[in-house]
Design a binder for this molecule. Structure first.
Ligand SMILES: [Fe+2]
Length: 498
């Protein structure tokens, strides 16, 4: 019997050790050997009025036997009194993560939290529960943070912002490319592993790299996230059954997709579910109904080759029947003043003159799924929807657009600039981008466009009150060196309407 215990124990240590070595690529493993217990920082997300998800990833090389992690919450930063304690087991099969759903907290309140493993304590984070019936809400919107395009200065700037309730991340949190293929070649910020990511080890290693970035860590530790993936968490221009950047020789799409989805749920502070489903809703009193959509993996059909004839193409779906039915039913059943969509790709149709070669309409955006877009807009118009706010990422542009259908105003679409990923001027020139801006904002060409910037990086801040919704665009000074300097560029408002 003793002999059996001996062998079982030996086998367990062997498996554990093997898993540690095989968890990440060599570059990350090397780094982790020199790091402490919590090298990836801490994060919170998916807040409710009584709790939120709290997440950390333990350095596998610091795990010795003990499998329990504690998370403490306090009302003050110094933890003079512990308000709540939660314990969980390290999820070895989920990249040594510790994910806790905290509950029993007071509504609309700031809490501080930290993780404890053995003798070691993580950094202290700040998080917030949602208020039950607020008069105001304030949140930020971000997307598109490619490590190789520059420093995450917008994340740092945002981490200093006070009184935000949460951050909405609309995706492209990581990028799948190998080093030197999509980025600023002059910067010493190169992706690891040094290849396009395909396997589970690859995806985990890429998240590990991003999560060791101090500016991203600063943001995660200061505010809860509400996030969804876009395409680059998997592969460029992804849809349910494939992606533009997935080739046959890279293996089965189904496996790659599953690797990417698993890694996303390991690394992002959102609630787990068995189907890796990211679409979900948040209802905040009478003020906000927020619908986070999955416009990539749940039901999206392959983009059409050309936009000609897109309007008549009834087969194309961005959401898939199940998600679309869910969205429309939920929106019919809930009646908060503002209905907000966490949308990934550009929803409104812009007029882009065919002689502008630098910028083209894309069949990957809602223009390629025009029939489904009309169906949604028509339904909302019939429901006399006038207070819809569509928040959009993906495009690496800043747009303010009046949302209209059939001549009726239905709300606004606000498009957030990228954190770092290339703008038009970085793909062509400043002059070219400025010319295109001037062209597009001509009211005779795009009468619904009320703000445009194709040259800057940053984020949006959205404020909601009973009377109005407003959006401010904040731009950082540079991506070339670390600098948390950031300035408000413009604000657009939309008054609540009956
Ligand atoms: Fe992007």
């Amino acid at each position: 019997m003793k002999l059996l215990f001996f062998f079982t124990g030996f086998l367990w240590i062997g498996i554990l050790f093997g898993q540690k070595e095989g968890l990440y690529c060599a570059e990350i493993n090397d780094k982790l050997q020199r790091e402490g217990t919590f090298p990836f920082g801490i994060a919170s997300g998916d807040p409710s009025d009584e709790g939120m998800v709290l997440l950390t990833q333990i350095n596998p090389f610091k795990v010795f036997g003990l499998t329990t992690v504690e998370c403490q919450l306090s009302e003050d930063e110094t933890f003079t009194e512990i308000y709540r304690k939660f314990q969980t087991t390290i999820r070895i099969e989920n990249a040594y993560s510790a994910k806790i759903t905290a509950y029993g907290l007071a509504e609309g309140k700031t809490y501080y939290y930290r993780f404890i493993y053995g003798e070691d304590t993580s950094m202290v984070g700040r998080t917030r529960t949602l208020p039950k019936n607020p008069k105001n809400l304030r949140f930020a919107v971000v997307s598109c943070s490619n490590y190789e395009w520059g420093w995450f200065n917008a994340y740092e700037a945002l981490s200093k912002s006070k009184d935000l309730d949460f951050v909405i991340h609309l995706g492209d949190y990581i990028y799948e490319h190998g080093p030197g293929t999509y980025g600023d070649k002059k910067l010493a910020r190169k992706h690891v592993p040094s290849k396009e990511i395909i396997s589970l080890v690859d995806y985990r290693s890429r998240y590990a790299q991003y999560r060791m970035d101090p500016q991203l860590q600063a943001l995660h530790k200061s505010i809860p996230f509400i996030s969804v993936w876009d395409d680059h968490e998997i592969a460029n221009d992804a849809y349910a059954l494939g992606a533009q950047n997935h080739q046959e020789e890279e293996g089965a799409w189904r496996l790659r997709k599953e690797n990417a989805q698993k890694a996303y749920f390991e690394w992002m502070p959102l609630k787990d579910n068995t189907h890796y489903r990211v679409r979900r809703s948040f209802h905040v009193g009478n003020l906000l109904d927020l619908y986070m959509l999955d416009e990539r993996l749940e039901g999206r059909s392959k983009p059409i080759e050309s936009l000609e004839g897109a309007v008549e193409n009834k087969e194309q779906t961005m959401l898939g029947l199940e998600q679309r039915t869910w969205l429309l039913r939920e929106m019919e059943q809930h009646h908060a003043r503002w209905k907000v969509l966490g949308n990934q790709v550009l929803f409104s149709s812009m007029n882009v003159p065919s002689n502008l070669s630098a910028i083209k309409k894309s069949a990957d955006m809602w223009d390629g799924y025009a029939e489904e877009r009309s169906l949604l807009l028509k339904t909302w118009k019939n429901q006399s929807e006038k207070n819809l706010i569509v928040l959009t990422g993906d495009a690496h542009v800043s747009f303010g657009i009046d949302l209209q259908y059939d001549g009726e105003k239905m709300g606004a679409e606000w498009v957030t600039p990228s954190i770092t990923s290339a703008n038009l001027n970085e793909r062509t020139s400043n002059l070219n981008a400025w010319r295109v801006e001037r062209y597009l904002k001509n009211p005779r060409i795009n009468p619904t466009l009320n703000f445009i910037n194709l040259r800057r990086h940053g984020y949006m801040e959205v404020s909601l009150s009973e009377e109005k919704a407003s959006c401010s665009w904040y731009f950082v000074k540079t991506l070339k060196r670390p600098s948390g300097k950031c300035r408000k560029k413009a604000t657009r408002e939309r008054f609540w309407s009956t």
